[in-house]
Design a protein around this ligand. Structure first.
Ligand code: ATP
Ligand code: MG
Length: 426
């Protein structure tokens, strides 16, 4: 026998036992995005490598070591998208959606990063992302954060997540700060690890984010970015905080929150949880006022976030928040005796016409009552609709309830649609 072929490490199948959780999550995400007037955009999964180098930044973890990059047959360098914001900006620029107008967009789909696979971290994972273009004021920052907070409430996990908030200031303020930080880091160079020494010159703010405790202790007394903010940045951040306060959204200001992508300025935020072990960030985003121009468009402010759907699904499952999902099948049709299957399938078609959301599974392949009942039960259906020779003669069906304590009942063919409607309403 030849060896069976396995999926690529870190790239997962989503089996039918999980797809119903995914579908529930996706439908909440879609609905909440439209509750705030956002429209869907769909972008390709493969883009020019240059797009990510120019947006995410040459010296970020993603670009330096996580991208799936390959040469197309004609020699162009292509990359499987590691995130969606750059793709969304590329599409917006290309189709003239951004300049001098407002856009509120969302997208959902697979992203690819060559990281070490572990719980909550995969090589193909899925993000839901949302971006607003053309609004420079803090109202949109706050509104989008409120939108994320609504997601957690609707999914029942709001008690298990914390909002962390920071401001990165403007590009100029960051440049001034950067000089001061490099000066400070140079004095402490002998206490830094190799990664931080390298970053000190290429991307010094990322040193603040180091997970190495020795580096963190060397950072005590480092200058703070917020000390370099001018009036406008201070007011912008104040504006975001005020609106969150007014809406009763709790947050923690984390001055070390710098994000791993280079395009952010001013507001950045993350929603974190301790119910997922070390992969604790479920959602992250912020403002990126320079990105559209950096990618060749006319200067247009932007604000957005992305959330990891796998982490959300893991969280919902581990917190037991995925009970009462609708099963894949509502009603299972059992057919017994000569010619019953032909009649039963014709009836099932009529019922599907009448109750458009119904999920009816018709038994196939024959067999006795015991065998068909077993299948009915396994399907997850709430009821079995039994159609035998007697039933056909009387134009009735027998309903057997598969869950809970209900008496079996008999009813006319034409009464079945209202029973089915009630079944899915309940
Ligand atoms: P992390 O710090 O966990 O590496 P990140 O800062 O690289 O996250 P972003 O690029 O901001 O993450 O992506 C937004 C969200 O996408 C993350 O908060 C997380 O929920 C999810 N995510 C990122 N990378 C992965 C991955 N490899 N596997 C699963 N989910 C991921
Ligand atoms: Mg990462």
């Amino acid at each position: 026998m030849s060896k069976t072929i396995q999926a690529i490490r870190g790239m997962n199948d989503c089996l039918p036992t999980e797809t119903n959780i995914w579908q529930m999550v996706e439908s909440v995400l879609r609905r909440v995005a439209s509750n705030y007037g956002f429209a869907e955009i769909r972008m390709p999964i493969v883009e020019s490598t240059a797009l990510f180098k120019r947006s995410i930044g040459e010296v970020t973890d993603i670009v330096e070591k996580e991208m799936y990059t390959f040469d197309d047959r004609n020699g162009d360098s292509l990359t499987l998208r590691p995130e969606g914001t750059a793709c969304c900006v590329r599409a917006g620029n290309q189709h003239g959606l951004l300049y001098n107008q407002e856009q509120r967009l969302w997208y959902m789909g697979p992203m690819f990063r060559h990281e070490r696979p572990q719980k909550g971290r995969y090589r193909q994972f899925h993000q839901f992302g949302l971006e607003a273009f053309g609004i420079a004021t803090p109202d949109i920052d706050a509104e989008i954060i409120l939108l994320t907070s609504r997601l957690w409430r609707e999914l029942g996990i709001n008690e298990f997540v914390t909002l962390e908030l920071n401001s990165l200031g403007s590009t100029e303020e960051r440049a001034n700060y950067r000089d001061a930080l490099v000066e400070f880091l140079t004095e402490k160079e002998d206490q830094l690890d190799e990664d931080s020494k390298r970053r000190m010159h290429s991307n010094p703010l990322r040193v603040l984010d180091s997970k190495n405790p020795e580096v963190q202790s060397a950072l005590v007394g480092a200058p703070k970015l917020s000390e370099y903010f001018e009036q406008e940045s201070l007011e912008h951040f104040e504006g975001v905080c005020q609106r969150l306060d007014e809406a009763g959204i709790n947050y923690v200001i984390n001055e070390k929150l710098v994000r791993g992508l280079d395009y952010y300025n001013r507001t950045v935020f993350e929603w974190v949880t301790d119910s997922l072990g070390s992969q604790g960030t479920i959602c992250a985003g912020g403002r990126y006022d320079g990105l559209v121009e950096q990618l060749g468009g006319k200067a247009t402010p932007g604000f957005g976030f992305a959330l990891g759907i796998e982490r959300l699904v893991l969280m919902l499952t581990s917190l037991d928040k995925v009970q009462n999902l609708r099963p894949q099948v509502d009603a299972y049709i059992i057919m017994l005796g000569e010619g019953a299957d032909i009649k039963a399938n014709a009836l099932a078609e009529k019922w599907r016409d009448k109750v458009i959301d119904i999920r009816i599974q018709s038994h196939c392949g024959g067999g006795n009552m015991k065998k068909q009942m077993k299948r009915a039960d396994k399907s997850g259906a709430q009821i079995a609709i039994i159609i035998g020779e007697d039933e056909i003669a009387n134009e009735t069906v027998t309903i057997k309830y598969l869950r809970g304590q209900h008496e079996q009942q008999s009813m006319a063919f034409e009464e079945v649609p209202s029973l089915l409607s009630n079944l899915i309403k309940g």
